[in-house]
Design a protein around this ligand. Structure first.
Ligand SMILES: [Fe+2]
Length: 202
C-alpha cells in the first residue's frame, strides 16, 4: 500500500501553460545569462533592461539543483524571433529572445533580458500582456509556464491569466520586484520569480 497520497505538499505548483507556437526553431549559439548582448557585434538590444532571477524549488520548498531553465520571449516591440510569428512589429537583431541556464546548489537561476511587449493574440481584441515563457526540467519533473510583470493593466484582461486566478493561482505567475544589482542601467528593473515543480514522490 502506498502512503504517498497522504503527504500534503507545502506549496502549490506553478501553473502549467502549453509550450505554444513560438518556441525557438533555431536557438542562439550563445545561450548564456545575458540576452541583451549580440555576441557577433557587441551591440545591445533595445528596450528596458530586466534583471530576472529566482529559484527552482519543489512543492516541499526544497531547492532543485541542476535544473535546466529555458526562457523565450518577444523583444521590446512584441515580436518573437520566430518565422511563424504573424506580428508585423520590428525584429531587433541584437536581442536574443532565448536563454538557457542550469540552477545552482540553492536552485537559483538568473538572466539579463529586456522587457517584452504586449502583442495581438489569436482572438479579435485579445492582447497578450508582456510575458516570458519558461520550460524547466529537473531530473524528476518538468514545468512549462509563463511569467507576467506586476502592475500590468493587460494582466486583468488576459484569458490565460484569468484561468489561473479563478482557482487561486494568479499570484504564482506574476514576478515580484527585487533589489537592483550594483551598476544597473538607470531605467533597469529587477524582478524575482520562483518556479515550483512537483516534489519527488517518496
Ligand atoms: Fe507568448
Amino acid at each position: 500500500m502506498s502512503h504517498q497520497a497522504t503527504v500534503k505538499p507545502k506549496l502549490r505548483r506553478t501553473p502549467h501553460e502549453e509550450v505554444g507556437p513560438m518556441y525557438p526553431v533555431v536557438k542562439p549559439v550563445d545561450r548564456g545569462y545575458d540576452l541583451t548582448l549580440n555576441p557577433k557585434n557587441g551591440e545591445r538590444a533595445q528596450g528596458q533592461i530586466v534583471y530576472l532571477s529566482g529559484r527552482v524549488i519543489d512543492t516541499n520548498g526544497e531547492p532543485i539543483a541542476g535544473a535546466k531553465v529555458e526562457l523565450w520571449q518577444t523583444n521590446m516591440h512584441g515580436r518573437y524571433d520566430h518565422p511563424a510569428d504573424p506580428n508585423p512589429a520590428p525584429l531587433d537583431e541584437n536581442f536574443e529572445g532565448f536563454g538557457s541556464a542550469v540552477t545552482d546548489a540553492e536552485g537559483r537561476y538568473a538572466f539579463k533580458t529586456v522587457k517584452p511587449a504586449a502583442y495581438p493574440a489569436s482572438a479579435p481584441g485579445w492582447w497578450r500582456p508582456p510575458h516570458i515563457h519558461f520550460d524547466v526540467e529537473s531530473d524528476y519533473s518538468r514545468l512549462c509556464t509563463q511569467m507576467y510583470f506586476p502592475g500590468e493593466k493587460l494582466n486583468d484582461e488576459d484569458f490565460l491569466i484569468a484561468r489561473h486566478r479563478k482557482i487561486g493561482d494568479g499570484e504564482l505567475i506574476v514576478a515580484k520586484p527585487a533589489p537592483l544589482p550594483a551598476g544597473a542601467e538607470p531605467d533597469a528593473v529587477a524582478l524575482t520569480f520562483d518556479l515550483i515543480l512537483n516534489a519527488r514522490l517518496r
